[in-house]
Ligand binder design. Structure first.
Ligand SMILES: [Zn+2]
Length: 242
């Protein structure tokens, strides 16, 4: 078997292990196109705020280290976390707010479909409302319309991706699932963060302060900075399929 065939098969096996998508869905994986002239060890941190609470400790670590992040917020999270929202808005140089939906309904279409147990959108109109409801709040808070959308669970189908893109949004994928919904231990999250590669897009969660995400970032980010890694938000870079 040729080397390229082996690489292709390995890629299939890897994508099969990292993707939890059902057969009709796809988990979008992207990496950064690092612009020429930029530090080669460039990584983007993306933090989802699905619902739930505000992980003040995680955000405090990023502020103290001057590490920027792209924060995917739902309207639901913004409505219930005015203090956390104010902290994010107080640091527009560090935190970019992007669209994670209105009510955190997965961006897949079809009655009876469920992703991780959460019911999908019944039709296209509901998906459009999921996208625009959060976008309107983000625009009223920041003065900027979001450019990126990440659906709840980060699983999509062909129709939903076509609709989201036709509305003018880029679907924001990722390449390193750092905390698996803030369900991993500090050691597990730290191991995944220590293993980042130039161009990676990290996904983690800033809505579950009881998890170990904040502790792992506090333990790991200083060493990544020492190793020469620099962090960007998504609006400053281009994405390419991973
Ligand atoms: Zn989410």
């Amino acid at each position: 078997m040729s080397r390229s065939a082996i690489a292709f098969l390995l890629g299939l096996m890897l994508s099969a292990t990292v993707s939890a998508a059902p057969g009709w869905g796809v988990e979008v994986h992207d990496r950064l196109v690092v612009p020429s002239g930029a530090p080669t060890k460039t990584v983007a941190i993306t933090l989802d705020a699905c619902g739930g609470a505000f992980d003040a400790s995680l955000i405090e670590t990023l502020v103290n280290l001057r590490v920027p992040a792209t924060v995917f917020v739902t309207k639901k999270w913004l409505d219930h976390n005015p203090t956390g929202t104010a902290v994010l808005l107080a640091h527009p140089d560090l935190f970019e707010l992007e669209d994670h939906g209105t009510s955190h309904v997965p961006a897949v279409i079809g009655k009876g479909r469920r992703v991780y147990g959460i019911a999908a959108e019944p039709d296209a109109a509901h998906l459009e409302e999921e996208v625009t409801g959060a976008a309107q709040v983000i625009r009223s808070l920041t003065g900027h319309a979001p450019a990126f959308f990440r659906g709840a669970t980060a699983i999509y189908d062909a129709q939903s991706m076509q609709i989201i893109r036709s509305m003018g949004y880029q679907v924001a994928g990722f390449s390193v699932n750092a905390d698996a919904g803030a369900s991993l231990s500090e050691a597990q999250i730290s191991a995944r963060l220590r293993a980042v590669q130039p161009g990676d897009i990290v996904i983690a969660h800033m809505n579950k302060p009881a998890g170990a995400t904040a502790e792992a970032f506090a333990a790991t980010l200083p060493s990544l900075l020492d190793r020469g890694y620099r962090f960007v938000t998504l609006s400053g870079v281009r994405l390419q399929p991973a």
